[in-house]
Design a protein around this ligand. Sequence first.
Ligand code: IDP
Ligand code: MG
Length: 162
Amino acid sequence: MIQEQEVHAAEMERTFIAIKPDGVQRGLIAEIISRFERKGFKLVAVKLVVPSKEFAQKHYHDLKERPFFNGLCDFLSSGPVLAMVWEGEGVIKYGRKLIGATDPQKSEPGTIRGDLAVVVGRNIIHGSDGLETAKDEINLWFKPEELVSYTSNAQKWVYGVN
Ligand code: IDP
Ligand code: MG
């Protein structure tokens, strides 16, 4: 049984999820958190912060050549962002599924952007797109001691491992 637990622990991954200033201002924090929580993912860190423009530029450094980069960084730094780390099996890829396509017009109904946003410049949420970016983004937004280590009692029911 212990062995099974260890196998499961090895499959756990973490992703960085942020509710952007539009999502915070529109009162969508609880709605968005509930979708990750109900799915069975585990919250390991959360904080409300107003990032500086320089910080936003670091977060979106991959997009620095894009024409919308400056406006995007201005926007991300324009107000409170709810920064989070979620943990679970497949959470990086499935988190992106919960979020939906970048352009809300192309997001399926039932996804966060599909249900709650209309235009790409105000698509309310960010989610890491891969294992390496998840690690980089978690390190950028959180200090190691801000990641809370605890046993979630739900996990044994979510994963069926005792
Ligand atoms: P993602 O958030 O779905 O991962 P990315 O391509 O990484 O999408 O782009 C980051 C963010 O940049 C998007 O969430 C969106 O807010 C913004 N963005 C992407 N493409 C456009 C665009 O064509 N016009 C304006 N903003 C854009
Ligand atoms: Mg992205």
